[in-house]
Each structure stands twice: as C-alpha cells, then as structure tokens.
Design a protein around this ligand. Structure first.
Ligand code: AMP
Ligand code: MG
Length: 347
C-alpha cells in the first residue's frame, strides 16, 4: 500500500481526502496536540483491527476514542458520571482521556473486551475538523510501531508506518509532545492510569485527591492484571538500552559524566550539554522547562536511533507537575532501570 502524505498547506482537499479514507474503513495518521494518532472509524471493528496490524499492537490493549464535541460522549457512554462532566468542563478540549462505562455500539476491537471506553476531546483544530468531516468518533492510539517512542511529527509517522496505512494528515509538530493524561472513572474512586499533558495537581483541583496507579512507578509483569493494559508493555524505547538518572540535576549530570563510557549517548538538560563533549549528547530543554522537555522527549529518544550509540544515559526530572509525565516516559523507555543519585553517590 502506498502511504499518501496529505498536507493542508499545499492541498486544499487534504482534509476531505483524509475523511473519505476514514469513511471507507481505512487508517489515517492524525495530528493532535499531544502526539500523532493512527485513526480509524471507532464504530467499525474491521477498520479498527487494521490499526492493531499496522502498529503490531497487542490485542488486549484498548484504544482511546476521539470526539469533536462534548455531546458526542453520550453516544459512547450510556451514563456519563458527574465527575466526567467536571473534568471535561475543566480540561476539554485538551490532553485528558476519561475512562467511562461503554455503550454497546463500541466494538470489542476498541475496548479489548473491557466494559469501559477511554474518551478524549482533543484541542488540535485539524483533529477536530477531521472527526467532524469523517462524521464518526475516531479510535486512535499513538502512531508509532508498538514499543517505539511515540510520534510527534508527520515524518516520524511516515518512518514507522510507510506502506502500512492509507495516509498521513500533516499538521506540523505536536505542541504538548507527551500523550494524554488517562483518568479512570470506572472504579469506585477516580484513578490516574497514565500521567500526561494535564498534570495530577490540575486533576486534583477538580476531583480532590485521587488514586495513582502503581504502574506509573514500577515495572509490571506480563502476567499481571492492570487497569490500563498498555501499562505492562515495554514502551517508548530507542534501539540502545536506556538508564534513567534521577536526582538534583547538577548531581545527575556529574554522575553520568563519571559513569558514561566512550560511545555512549546522553539525553541531557540544555545547561549541562557542554559537560558531555566527546559523547553523543542530545539536549531536550532546560532542567526547569518541563513544557520543552515534554515536547522534545520522544523526538530526542528517536534521534538516538540515527546514531551509533550502544547505551543511553538520561537525565530525568522529578515528579512535580508535567515532570510526572516526562519522567514516566523516560523510565518506561529505560524499562524502569533507574539510578537515584544523592550526595552519597560520589566517593
Ligand atoms: P495510546 O493509544 O498509545 O496513547 O495508549 C492508550 C492508553 O490508554 C493505553 O495505556 C491503554 O491501555 C489505555 N486505555 C485505553 N482505553 C482504556 C480503557 N478502556 N481502560 C483502561 N485503559 C485504557
Ligand atoms: Mg502509545
């Protein structure tokens, strides 16, 4: 299959072409404010099955359904919990996915056999225009090959999906850069399943204190039952193995400088880049600029695949604010191999 690159800047029919492909049951790469998605008609199980094939995604990992207007949630969820309305009022359109009980129209391919569905109203104007033009909600996971870093540009999507999907709608680079925050309202208490573009602190200003899934902090075994099946899979990984290094930024920089071998790569905060001359260094924002770190973390992890590095050391922010999401992506890229650096770490 030839994968068509559709650019609304060059072709005024780009959006309509993408919508027609979706209506015909095809898969299209879609820009959103978080990362690019691989979209298909969420109400068509056969179309959704193509997403799983293109990504090589495990069948038990459900997809998020994207809507263009809040009212559309009622067709996906028979009884919308009041907390969902509160969260939507505060953060939609935006990088938040809400897990709610699902309606019968949602095929098993989307929900992976669960009784729930994840719903998101993105803020990206092209994403919403595409959902409206397609006339149906769109199921869309991140547009990377399963296990690889998520895609934040149309070129990344093409790199992973060339020949596997019908088209990619080019909306430029993504503004947020990490995926949506996932909050489940399907259990007794609201629970954070994945940190993302909306921070835990922001969610708690609306819902009060919520539970945080332990999968955010530790590696989950393949045979363990988890709330969000995606949490147990290896994720976001470049080809070379990654070690995440946490602690005071000046100390983590010093620790990496002392431990990195020639030929290693370093993912570092901007101000420490000069320390790593002689190594392959890629910086992803200042240590105090979490928004830039979020926007650049996947791009930077991918960039190591164009180098010869055999191991990667990554400076990792702490868990405050957007740092929870950035640190989670780096720790997952590292398979939870994390070094905690303190004053005692130096002889
Ligand atoms: P991705 O599509 O790559 O952004 O991943 C979506 C994430 O949301 C995965 O970790 C899924 O396991 C999770 N997810 C999607 N739908 C549900 C659901 N109904 N219940 C729990 N987790 C979900
Ligand atoms: Mg993903």
């Amino acid at each position: 299959m030839k994968t068509e690159m559709l650019s609304p800047q060059k072709d005024k029919n780009a959006l309509n072409t993408a919508a027609s492909l979706l209506k015909a049951g095809k898969v299209v790469g879609m820009p959103t404010e978080t990362v690019y998605g691989l979209a298909a008609n969420a109400l068509d199980g056969d179309a959704v099955a193509k997403i799983f094939r293109a990504k090589g995604r495990p069948q038990d990992n459900p997809l998020i359904v994207h809507i263009a207007d809040f009212e559309q949630i009622h067709s996906l969820c028979p009884a919308v919990p009041p907390a969902a309305k509160d969260l939507a009022g505060a953060f939609w359109p935006g990088p938040l996915t809400i897990i709610v009980p699902k309606a019968d129209c949602i095929p098993n391919e989307v929900s992976a056999g669960l009784s729930t569905v994840g719903v998101r109203l993105p803020s990206h104007p092209l994403a919403r225009a595409l959902i409206r033009a397609a006339g149906v909600p769109l199921a869309a996971p991140s547009a990377n090959t399963s296990g690889r870093p998520s895609t934040t540009t149309a070129a990344h999507v093409l790199r992973d999906m060339d020949g596997k999907i019908a088209a990619i709608l080019d909306g430029g680079p993504c503004g947020v850069g990490v995926e949506s925050t996932v909050v489940s309202l399907a259990g007794e208490k609201p629970r954070l399943l994945r940190p993302g573009g909306v921070t835990l602190e922001q969610i708690e200003t609306v819902l009060g204190e919520i539970e945080v899934d332990r999968a955010l902090y530790e590696k989950i075994g393949d045979d363990t039952r988890v709330s969000a099946p995606g949490m147990k899979y290896r994720h976001y990984a470049p080809k070379a193995p990654v070690t995440a290094v946490r602690g005071d930024p000046a100390r983590t920089a010093r620790y990496i400088r002392e431990h990195a071998a020639p030929g290693d790569g370093v993912l570092c905060f901007d101000e420490f880049a000069p320390l790593f001359t002689g190594l392959t260094e890629i910086s992803f924002g200042r240590s105090d600029d979490l928004a830039t770190q979020a926007r650049e973390v996947f791009d930077s992890l991918r960039a190591f695949d164009d180098t010869e590095v055999t191991a990667i050391w990554a400076q990792c922010p702490d868990d405050a604010g957007l740092g929870l999401a950035v640190a989670n992506r780096i720790k997952k890229a590292a398979g939870f191999r994390v070094v905690e650096v303190s004053a005692d770490s130096f002889g």
